[in-house]
Design a protein around this ligand. Structure first.
Ligand SMILES: *[C@@H]1O[C@H](CO)[C@@H](O)[C@H](O)[C@H]1NC(C)=O
Ligand SMILES: *[C@@H]1O[C@H](CO)[C@@H](O)[C@H](O)[C@H]1NC(C)=O
Length: 284
């Protein structure tokens, strides 16, 4: 009995020793590439480039308030969405020689755990947001959640651009998408600060959220599928952002109007405004 335990204990020790050695060798072999990558600033973190106090920004007269904040988010999202929609089609044709709808069917069940999930945004590509999700939304919380969802997509887009190298066929278009996404993030960050809800923000999504194995993939087919999944989820998320802020704009319209006609913003709590939107309004 005692011997049995000893043997088991020794085996476990041996195996955990091997495990540790393997892990160490991985750490010793891997870091050079990773360090190089980590040196560049993460464009999706603090996209407005504000300092800690935010004092100057908050005192600025030129900052839009109320409804204008949502309008600006929507305008920027539409720009991003139009560009991504065109790029998606071109990508499907040039890389896979199929329509994007076919490509979507082929890879519908594939997704990445580090990107926003269906349980987060309650939709897939070209699907409307589930209505019970829309009606449950709160403006300030939606600002924060969409901000972080967009950050996680930005991590993937960055790698897609990087993998285009100096002259990849989609370098320009993926770069423009990356830029458009940061512009949407800037508008959301503006609204977050203007609403005074920065304290509700979660930790920024970092570059490390994307697994290294996906970055070093060198089978071109596998990499193209990876790019499709990331880009598909980028578009689906933009559609989500568009739909939820359009819904919220309608929902809070009356309280924003009140604030614009004299009452201060703080006296017009956005979350408690009566619901005005109907599903038909939202899909327009
Ligand atoms: C997306 O692009 C396709 C063709 O590229 C077009 O038929 C479709 O109407 C576009 N959708 C949106 C929402 O812009
Ligand atoms: C790349 O991956 C695809 C799909 O898994 C596979 O069919 C193909 O043989 C791979 N190509 C190479 C060069 O390994």
């Amino acid at each position: 009995m005692v011997n049995g335990h000893t043997v088991v204990g020794l085996t476990q020790t041996l195996f955990s020793g091997i495990y540790i050695i393997l892990n160490l060798s991985y750490l010793i072999a891997a870091p050079i590439k990773k360090d190089q990558m980590d040196e560049t600033p993460e464009k999706w973190i603090n996209p407005l480039g504000l300092d800690d106090s935010n004092a100057i920004f908050l005192n600025s007269e030129s900052v839009p308030t109320g409804k204008a904040l949502i309008t600006r988010i929507l305008d920027q999202t539409r720009i991003a969405l139009n560009q991504a929609n065109e790029t998606k089609e071109e990508f499907a044709h040039r890389v896979f020689n199929v329509d994007s709808s076919q490509l979507h069917e082929d890879w519908k069940s594939a997704d990445y755990e580090w990107l926003p999930q269906r349980r987060d945004i309650h939709k897939g590509l070209d699907e409307p947001v589930a209505e019970e999700h829309l009606t449950s939304l709160n403006f300030d919380e939606t600002l924060v959640s969409t901000y972080h969802f967009l950050q996680s997509i930005a991590v993937g887009l960055e790698q897609m651009v990087k993998d285009q190298g100096e002259d990849g066929p989609f370098l320009g278009k993926f770069s423009l998408s990356e830029y458009n996404l940061v512009l949407v993030l800037q508008e959301i960050q503006t609204a977050i600060i203007e609403r005074g809800v920065n304290d509700k923000m979660k930790p920024d999504i970092r570059r490390g959220s994307m697994p290294e194995s996906l970055r070093v993939e060198n089978n071109a087919t596998t990499k193209n599928v990876r790019d499709w999944i990331i880009y598909r989820d980028y578009i689906s998320l933009l559609q989500y952002v568009w739909e939820v802020f359009r819904y919220l704009k309608r929902k809070v319209y009356s309280s924003f109007d009140m604030s614009l006609s004299g009452k201060s913003d703080s006296e017009a709590p956005v979350n408690e405004a009566p619901t005005k939107a109907t599903p038909n309004d939202v899909n327009e």
